[in-house]
Design a protein around this ligand. Structure first.
Ligand code: BG6
Length: 458
């Protein structure tokens, strides 16, 4: 069967500043944490060792062109542009991002620019990070500076990538700095991130900038073990906590009432101020980026909660390991292709079918060198992964879902937070020692698919 996609479908990939650029003037939480605890990073590789996009941007964009990208997402590093987060703009950073944007456009590749991808300037974290409303104000100023500097050429803006991840990592589950475990502080960070998002949207609209603004959310469908009411309730609460805590504010302009009621009943609500609801209502977006890697399967809890344990989302559910599930053993994530369709149908039916696209989907695999044949990584598993997801995406579009494109994570193998270079995701293999780039078989497959605006598959 031939799967063809709508005209002007976005084919491309996503990356981020911190994971690709290399050393910068302003320190981030990642630089700070790495200097204190390098052991927390796979093989002790830190955020200074990246794929050196800061030096190789021009040849890397030529590679994007070779992969037939018509669009590409990266982020601006807040700490590179404004090293202390709130003061002077760094002119070298302006030159760098101008060059990147101009070269993408010269190659016919539409730049999608994200403003925050887990990379808090350390100076901002030192005054409390997202727990402090001054940081919300500093972020709004930074966003406005970006719109003014680059908005004449950038028409697709995103305020945040996966804003729930710094909440989970930094304030619940100990995989991001500042390694706090405290639900109410986590809820405050999430709430202030929504306010920061809305401030940026408001500044974008007030400036009458051309183009559109959105956010990138990692949507993880919550599947109950069974239709038993206890399992359904568990899945509903997981959905409220991990998906709808950001999805509802950015698409409906308000929080789900049952999430607010739940947190209130456990005394976990963050402090609100007059005017917050009006601000959140102004944060409604034009375009939603959807990152999809894995589903979340849950069941009701089997055991009572330890009364001394800190309040956690897991007070309401256990994770469920479905027998027979397909796994990516390197990342430990389930592969469930229909999830992409379920997300799109949920958006169509419950959120007025917003303009959206798949902004990340991908498969991290360890030790890919073992698949080298005639000098090239033969990653047929990645081609299978992509095409099976695209089949479900195609089905969603044919049933009326408003999905405008598909971006893969990622372009070149890059540094990935605590996993560093453990799992490789790229269309292009990176030799860390020489920085040599070699297109993988999946890169060639993707280039052909983008050029044909479709692919053949059984
Ligand atoms: C996405 C992030 O969630 O997952 C990326 O947006 C990240 O920044 C990617 O690199 C893969 O993550 P990991 O943890 O498998 O290395």
């Amino acid at each position: 069967m031939y799967y063809s996609f709508p005209d002007n479908f976005w084919w491309g990939s996503a990356s981020s500043a911190l994971q690709t650029e290399g050393a910068r003037e302003g320190e981030t939480t990642w630089d700070h944490w790495f200097s204190r605890e390098p052991n927390r990073f796979h093989n002790g590789v830190g955020p200074q060792q990246t794929s050196t996009f800061y030096e190789h941007w021009k040849t890397d964009i030529a590679l994007l062109k070779q992969l037939n990208h018509n669009s590409f997402r990266t982020s601006i590093s807040w700490a590179r542009l404004i090293p202390d987060g709130i003061g002077e703009v760094n002119p070298q950073a302006v030159t760098f991002y101008n060059q990147v944007i101009d070269e993408l456009l010269a190659q016919g590749i539409t730049p999608f620019i994200n403003l925050f991808h887990f990379d808090m300037p350390m100076a901002m974290q030192e005054i409390g990070g997202w727990e402090n409303r001054e940081v919300v104000a500093a972020y709004a100023r930074y966003a406005q500076i970006c719109f003014e500097l680059f908005g004449d050429r950038v028409n697709h803006w995103f305020t945040f990538n996966e804003p729930i991840v710094p909440v989970e990592g930094g304030y619940l589950y100990d995989f991001h700095y500042p390694n706090v475990v405290d639900f109410r502080r986590a809820a405050t960070v999430a709430y202030h991130t929504v306010l920061a998002h809305a401030e940026a949207v408001r500044a974008f609209r007030a400036g009458n900038h051309a183009g559109e603004i959105g956010i990138v959310l990692n949507l993880t469908p919550s599947y109950p073990r069974s239709q038993n009411p206890a399992d359904l309730k568990a899945a509903h609460i997981a959905d409220l906590m991990f998906n709808r805590s950001f999805l509802d504010p950015v698409l409906k302009g308000e929080y789900p009432q049952d999430l607010v009621a739940l947190l209130k009943s456990y005394d976990q609500l963050p402090a609100c101020q007059p005017g917050d609801s009006e601000l959140i209502a102004q944060g409604k977006i034009d375009l939603l980026g959807i990152n999809y890697y894995q589903p979340r399967r849950v069941k009701c809890r089997d055991s009572a909660v330890n009364p001394d344990a800190p309040f956690m989302p897991e007070w309401f559910f256990d994770s469920y390991e479905m027998p027979g599930r397909k796994m990516n053993p390197y990342r430990g994530w389930e592969i469930y292709e229909p999830g992409i369709y379920d997300i799109l149908v949920n958006l169509r039916d419950n959120y007025a079918n917003p303009r959206c696209f798949i902004s990340e989907n991908g498969m991290g695999v360890e030790n890919e060198q073992r698949f080298i044949e005639n000098g090239q990584i033969n990653d047929q598993y990645r081609i299978d992964f992509i095409s099976e997801h695209l089949k479900w995406l195609h089905k969603g579009i044919s049933e009326g879902c408003n999905c405008l494109g598909y971006h893969m994570w990622t372009f070149i193998d890059n540094w990935s937070w605590c996993n560093a270079y453990k799992n490789r995701y790229g269309f292009v293999q990176l030799d860390l020692a020489t920085q040599q780039r070699t297109i993988k078989k999946s890169g060639e497959w993707f280039a052909a698919t983008a050029q044909n605006n479709g692919f053949t598959r059984e």
